[in-house]
Design a protein around this ligand. Sequence first.
Ligand SMILES: [Zn+2]
Length: 484
Amino acid sequence: MGRPYLRFIATALVGTLAVQASPAPDPDATPAPAADALAHDLYRELIEINTTDSVGNVTAASAALARRFRAAGFPPADVLVLGPNERKKNLVVRLHGTGKHKPVLLIGHLDVVEARREDWSTDPFKLVEKDGYFYGRGALDMKAGDAIMATTLLRMKQEGYRSSRDIVLALTADEEGGCCNGVEWLVRNHRELIDAEFVLNHDGLVGYSITSEHGVPQEFALSATEKMYADYQLTVTNRGGHSSLPRADNAIYQLAQGLLNIGHYAFPVELNDVTRGYFERMAATRSGQAAADMRAITRSPVDPSAVARLSREPELNSLLRTTCVATRLEGGHANNALPQRAQAVVNCRILPGHSKEEVRLELVRVLDDASITVRYVADDGTVTDRAPDQRAIAPSPLLPQVVKPLESTVAALWPGLPVVPFMNASATDGIYTRGAGLPTYGVAGIAVDADDMHAHGRDERVRVAAFYRGNEFFYRYLRAVTVQ
Ligand SMILES: [Zn+2]
């Protein structure tokens, strides 16, 4: 899909913002108590099944949900629990539509990051409601989304809803790590089950799309692309010697100098259709210097002072360029010996269109020291001299059948809230579906305060009101994308 088309969408979205100024109360915006009770029930059931890689079991979560779908009248042939081994089985459910359009695939992961009871204020494997929040491992990332998507299908089935397309829900293993990424496995082994016109990933932004401040939504991010993750190992070796006789050549000093070079280096600014759209639309929501800077960087030539000001905000900096940062450091072997080796890990988040090898060569250039070797570290820990040439996948086109229903649903539930296209700086399972040629979008109607992101950390939580609002949002949005 070419750029002029996207420009059109961008203009349409900006136009919508202007007319959303007077919020009309939505007559349909009434709570659905039965759907909320079901979502809560599924949420609790999922959080209380440990699905960590170490001792947990994703199959148990898949099987528990499969029982719910069968009990609700889904035929056994449309409720599949399948995967590469006994602990890593995925759930694939199909709600049949009229076949007017190709299916929509919903994806979410059932696995969670490790959590130790002693680090938490509450038991991480119990759903605890306290002070207006739900606490538990996966409360945000992403058993809330899993429960909401499952609830939506169960609700549609119960209502006898006639969808214009099949709705396929795939809840999967090992997004957070482990042997057996479920989306990758399904793409490789059961492509026919998950084939779709487009994919909605409830994990678009670690399980939420709405950033709020003190519970007040600020924007709805439609995640349409993501950066590619890559680790590099930097090593300096030296003959060493006695520390009473220091020399100019020193593995620790050389590595330290190289790391400072990386710290001071900024990769070139490069916008794609998604990030350009982000800055154009965000400019309309800001005022003063920030708005002017956001507009300035979407024009060419780019104003370096605008870039410098925006780059001071880490979130905006990550949208502007590839980033690389030192994350680990070790060196030396004795307090009284010159170091024979110093080593660091540099982690990079690479913009769409660029390769891991390209970034490795750029690091070599920036280090500017032939005694520092730069090797690539694969996900399984294997270290190689060269990095893969594979390029980060291009953004998904902003399809009108995805964007327009999103704008209308968001406008109904949160009048005036801007919908902005977004690039994820971290990786999701969207890489596998985009890699398989399926346009993929991160969409989740849960609002999370920008300064309250506990995913992967201790006391992971979601506002109770945001969870239920997210439940209602997803039902309405899915209806809007599957309407006859
Ligand atoms: Zn996640």
